[in-house]
Design a protein around this ligand. Structure first.
Ligand SMILES: [Fe+2]
Ligand SMILES: [Fe+2]
Length: 272
């Protein structure tokens, strides 16, 4: 592809071993087929369906992911906290309490950080991970204000800003994307594991999709075994969930960026 452009793949939540396996099997092909320069994938469900451990993050990086973003589930494996606190290529939502970069034992801080700068083909890339507040359990700082502050820093550094907005509410996702239109190259939603068909370039040049979907077992209930989830619904008890097995897919979107103008020129929804 022309040097004036970059192509970035943003992938939905990688769910359990099945999700990591499909990334290992197919991501290199996808990178090659679509001339992808940089890959950002959500990894909050990578370790057994919730949380992210170092060993699984290493597999994901080796498979060709450059930055792993997170969400509400990324904190569920406490053994992963020291890694989360120190690995630059793993982000968790920036609007969690404290925002400190190092976990200090005995203090109640959220490990990790949600905003950082990377480099791709001579161009600075800023990645921001945020979490929504509507229909989500955690009580977090305002994602809009956090985004505005990070967008300002990205602009001052002449960096292309990519945002994984991990949220349940479509309304909150669209509102944040339009709030940042022209300030971010892309605002892509994650968390629901269901890919939406509303990808578009917003009026001021930001690429948007409400949800990127999931990498994992296609024939499942958001990654989990369907039969068990049906039982949970019928019985209304906390029947233990199991991860699904079966055919796997990678879902996400490819964003083509004009490096000179710092804006997206296209967004293409992918199921691979
Ligand atoms: Fe998820
Ligand atoms: Fe989530």
């Amino acid at each position: 592809m022309d040097d004036a452009f970059l192509r970035i793949f943003m992938g939905g939540d990688i769910f359990s071993d099945a999700g990591i396996d499909v990334i290992e099997k197919k991501l290199k092909n996808l990178r090659q087929k679509y001339s992808i320069d940089f890959v950002i994938c959500n990894g909050e469900n990578a370790s057994g369906g919730n949380g992210l451990l170092e060993k699984d993050a290493i597999r994901i990086f080796k498979a060709g992911v450059d930055v792993i973003t997170g969400g509400n589930h990324i904190f569920e494996k406490r053994d992963g906290y020291p890694f989360l606190a120190t690995e630059k290529r793993v982000l968790r939502p920036q609007n969690y309490p404290s925002g400190v970069s190092i976990l200090i034992e005995g203090e109640e801080e959220t490990p990790g950080r949600g905003f950082d700068f990377f480099e791709c083909n001579g161009k600075k890339i800023a990645v921001l991970n945020l979490q929504g507040r509507e229909y989500m359990a955690a009580s977090l700082d305002c994602p809009f204000r956090t985004a505005a502050s990070c967008a300002k820093q990205a602009a001052e550094s002449d960096a292309l800003l990519f945002i994984d907005f991990h949220a349940e509410s479509n309304e909150e996702k669209e509102a944040l994307a339009l709030f940042l239109d022209g300030k971010a190259v892309a605002v892509c939603g994650t968390h629901t594991h269901v890919q939406t068909a509303d990808e578009r370039i917003l009026p001021k040049g930001t690429a948007y999709i409400t949800d990127l979907g999931m990498s994992g077992v296609a024939d499942s209930v958001i990654g989990s075994d369907a039969e068990i989830v049906i039982k949970r619904n019928l019985m209304q008890v906390l029947y233990k969930m199991e991860n699904a097995v079966g055919e796997t897919v990678i879902q996400g979107a490819i964003i083509t960026v004009d490096k000179g103008k710092n804006c997206a020129i296209s967004i293409e929804r992918i199921q691979f």
